[in-house]
Design a binder for this molecule. Structure first.
Ligand code: NAP
Length: 490
């Protein structure tokens, strides 16, 4: 008998990444009784974004019940918006409940994946030299897993400690320190209020102010928790109502972007309530349409910025020196610690993995003008490769978990097809092109095209990240594969 280790026996499916996407698909496979799969995880433990982003104050800005699997409900979320530790614990609970631990190979960063046309197998190697083969390869790496460090001259000269928000140095005590923070996105607005009370001085370098609205967060009462445990349908009701509320917001993003002007009024009122100083308010007021960048929610960000030890600096950064950050006006802002809240390389998708499809086609080459995929899942020339949370499947208005739950059955249907005498399925180029023209056309009329820079676009300005419509319409598109869109090679 040959040795049936994962390295030698072709798997039915190999999943890259043990975050919400990879684990969710694995849970669905388990529910179907499928055992022939493996998850390769580059980190030392599973959890994806909720493992990486452990900075102080990390929490989800999508309500807990909506940001958890509908098929694995949790009735005892402590708050409407769960903190990172609780979401991370939920992920581990999912792993336990579905017995997934033996299916996850940690410290396994994929270096290369090559489609072997003759064998109709993906051949995958990891940076530690292990190799695997599988009939189907699923990328579940997410869009926000590679920290983006700013290209600022002199960063290597900085004498103090510096780190990215997704690589927080928990053993560094910030008490009494002068801290410089670069960036004012979703991550920074969560950790800044947490560190302000500790630090001697905080200098926040803001390139573009964000729209920050009130966060309707609160702890679930004991009564509500008891209710959801006694009658689980009340949890479903809560989830359903939150889904509808968030989905309705989509109207202002991509149907009638003009509605955002009305919402801007409520933003300005919130800012005025939280910040007395007119000068600071002016600095914090965006000059681009609301929703163009991600709308943020926080109750403690603006009050933190109004503290005497905090300075918001709008001046552009010229360079980093040994002792701090120098702005374009020549001023050096002294700092002992430098924190990058500068986001992620979101439009790079599967990079830096080298993925080669039919005829040795390189995915980076196929995507040289910007990533695109049919329904965000399939890429022409890369048969039996399925991408979860792929190009143009991110949202500005609702929960990514819903999008993932639309993609799981689609991918499972494709896997089933491979068991029906089909060696591989490759999406046809004209179909993929038509799909992407449609998506890009819809985005042209959305709020994301109204004059701002954001991680939703690549360097060339192509919208590679966001889905262009309602999530229920995406679900309709992904309800089941249209096999005529694919070349089915038998
Ligand atoms: P981000 O939204 O991309 O924000 C990065 C910030 O860094 C921006 O303010 C950006 O300014 C600034 N920046 C980048 N390069 C710079 C440079 N060279 N000089 C000066 N400033 C620079 O990143 P993020 O805050 O990590 O959030 C990324 C995404 O992760 C979010 O949009 C969200 O989808 C997700 N996230 C979600 C949660 C949650 O609660 N669910 C929490 C955190 C993150 P510009 O705006 O001018 O580019």
């Amino acid at each position: 008998m040959p040795n049936k280790t994962p390295e030698t026996a072709p798997l039915r499916v190999l999943i890259i990444g043990a975050g919400f996407a990879g684990l969710g698909l694995a849970m669905r496979l388990r529910q179907q009784g499928v055992d022939d799969f493996l998850i390769l995880e580059k980190g030392s433990e599973p959890g994806g974004t909720w493992r990486d982003n452990s900075y102080p104050g990390a929490a989800c800005d999508v309500p807990s019940h909506l940001y958890s699997f509908s098929f694995e409900p949790k009735t005892d979320w402590t708050r409407r918006y769960a903190p990172q530790a609780e979401i991370f614990a939920y992920v581990r609970q999912c792993i336990d409940n579905y017995g997934l631990q033996p299916k996850i190979r940690v410290n396994s960063e994929v270096a290369q994946a090559r489609f072997d046309e003759l064998a109709a197998l993906w051949r995958v190697t990891t940076t530690d030299g292990a190799s695997f083969s599988a009939r189907a390869l699923v990328s579940a790496c997410g869009q926000l897993n590679r920290p983006l460090y700013p290209q600022i001259p002199g960063v290597e000269r900085f004498a103090g400690e510096s780190f990215h928000s997704a690589r927080w140095h928990h053993d560094l005590d910030l008490s009494g320190k002068r801290v410089a923070v670069i960036g004012t996105g979703a991550s920074a607005i969560q950790f800044v209020p947490q560190i302000v009370p500790k630090v001697k001085q905080l200098t926040l370098f803001q390139r573009t102010p964000a729209y920050v609205l009130a966060k309707p967060d609160r702890a679930y009462s004991r009564f509500e928790l008891a209710l959801m445990q006694r009658w689980p349908w009340t949890q479903k009701l809560d989830r359903g109502l939150q889904y509808l509320y968030h989905e309705a917001r989509g109207v202002a993003f991509f149907v009638l972007p003009g509605l955002m002007k009305l919402m801007r009024g409520s933003f300005l009122r919130h800012l005025a309530r939280q910040v007395d100083d007119a000068g600071l308010r002016a600095k914090l007021t965006p000059d681009y349409p609301m929703g163009c960048k991600r709308i943020l929610i926080s109750n403690d960000y603006y009050p933190a910025l109004a503290q005497p030890q905090v300075a918001v600096v709008n001046e552009a950064i010229r360079e980093v020196s040994e002792h701090g950050v120098i702005t374009a006006d020549g001023r050096e802002h002294a700092a002992d610690v430098l924190i990058y809240g500068t986001g992620f390389a979101a439009s790079d998708f599967l990079a830096p993995m080298q993925i080669r499809g039919l005829g040795g086609l390189d995915l980076n080459q196929a995507w040289k003008d910007g990533a695109e995929a049919y329904k965000g899942i399939s890429v022409n020339g890369f048969p039996n490769l399925f991408i979860l949370y792929g190009p143009n499947t991110n949202l500005g208005h609702n929960s990514i978990i819903y999008m993932l739950e639309s993609q799981f059955p689609y991918v499972l249907a494709c896997l089933d097809k491979l068991d029906q005498g089909v060696r591989y399925l490759d999406v046809r180029k004209p179909v993929q092109d038509a799909w992407n023209q449609r998506v890009q056309h819809a985005i042209e009329h959305s709020v994301w095209e109204q004059g701002c820079s954001s991680w939703y676009k690549n360097a060339a300005g192509k919208h590679t990240n966001n889905w262009s419509g309602f999530t229920f319409s995406y679900r309709r598109h992904t309800r089941q594969p249209d096999w005529s869109a694919y070349d089915l090679v038998r």
